[in-house]
Design a protein around this ligand. Structure first.
Ligand SMILES: [Zn+2]
Length: 272
């Protein structure tokens, strides 16, 4: 019985349907470990009740009205099964529910025509988010991913909402489908062992960047492509058309500005 459901979890992850996969993982966890499940659940409920997370969420939601760019906003409370995994992970830095970085998780997807449009829009959105919640809630740090030659365009803002932690991620809507079918399942599958990764590539090592771009290029060109693909070479003639857009960006300038904004609100800055 578990076997069949695990195959479904794998298929959902690879199809880019991670929310549905999480739901099944969570119900499997509840069936297998009912006591652990209810203990964690009760702790989460208590912490949420003591916090003003509803107000925090509403403030983030309201940003849609103040921005000219088209954005999609998502929010979720971390599933009990994922909380259990974080608490027991070998890293050991999320041992209590209060230390789980993304107990509250929010995501903005910004609609962009090109990958090179994203950084400026991201900086505007960070400014707007901080104008809404940056004085009421403690900004711990902003993390900017080094996308100078990497398809993962991502910034995250980390807040303390009373006793719990919240992560607000900003990403490029242009990448949503390809990300959900490549980077995300490759990473979750291989590093968190959430499903059987036989035949699923993991091109995140030093010197594998061409391979990674090949995987992503395939998924961007073909919206229905699901891993494993028949081959992983970029389909563009000569230089990859997507990769080229990343190289048009002055990331040093973006990095300096994001760091300055974070400092203004008393937060730290991580660039990696
Ligand atoms: Zn390409």
């Amino acid at each position: 019985m578990w076997g069949g459901k695990l195959d479904i979890v794998r298929a959902l992850y690879l199809a880019g349907k991670s929310a549905e996969a999480t739901e099944i993982r969570n119900s499997l966890f509840r069936e297998k470990h009912p006591n652990s499940y209810s203990i964690i659940e009760q702790k989460v409920i208590n912490l949420l009740q003591k916090s003003s997370y509803v107000e925090f969420t509403e403030l983030l939601e309201s940003i849609d009205e103040d921005i000219t760019e088209s954005i999609i906003f998502e929010s979720r409370i971390k599933s009990i099964a994922s909380i259990f995994e974080s608490q027991n992970s070998l890293r050991g830095d999320e041992a209590t529910i209060e230390t789980i970085r993304d107990l509250l998780g929010f995501r903005y997807w910004i609609e962009c025509e090109r990958f090179s449009d994203f950084p400026e829009m991201m900086v505007s959105l960070i400014t707007l988010i901080l104008s809404k919640v940056g004085t009421k809630y403690e900004l711990k740090y902003i993390r900017l991913f080094d996308s100078s030659d990497h398809p993962y365009q991502m910034a995250s803002l980390h807040f303390k909402v009373d006793e719990i932690l919240a992560e607000v991620i900003i990403m490029n809507l242009l990448f949503q489908s390809a990300f959900s079918r490549t980077l995300y399942p490759m990473w979750e599958g291989h590093t968190k062992e959430r499903f059987d990764t036989t035949d699923i590539p993991f091109p995140f090592k030093e010197g594998e960047i061409d391979y990674l771009w090949g995987v992503v290029c395939h998924a961007l060109i073909n919206e229905s492509a699901i891993l494993p693909f028949p081959n992983y070479s970029c389909a563009c003639e000569g230089h990859c058309i997507f990769r080229k857009q990343f190289q048009e960006i002055d990331l040093d300038d973006i990095r300096t500005r994001v760091e300055r904004i974070s400092t203004e609100y008393g937060g730290g800055f991580v660039f990696e």
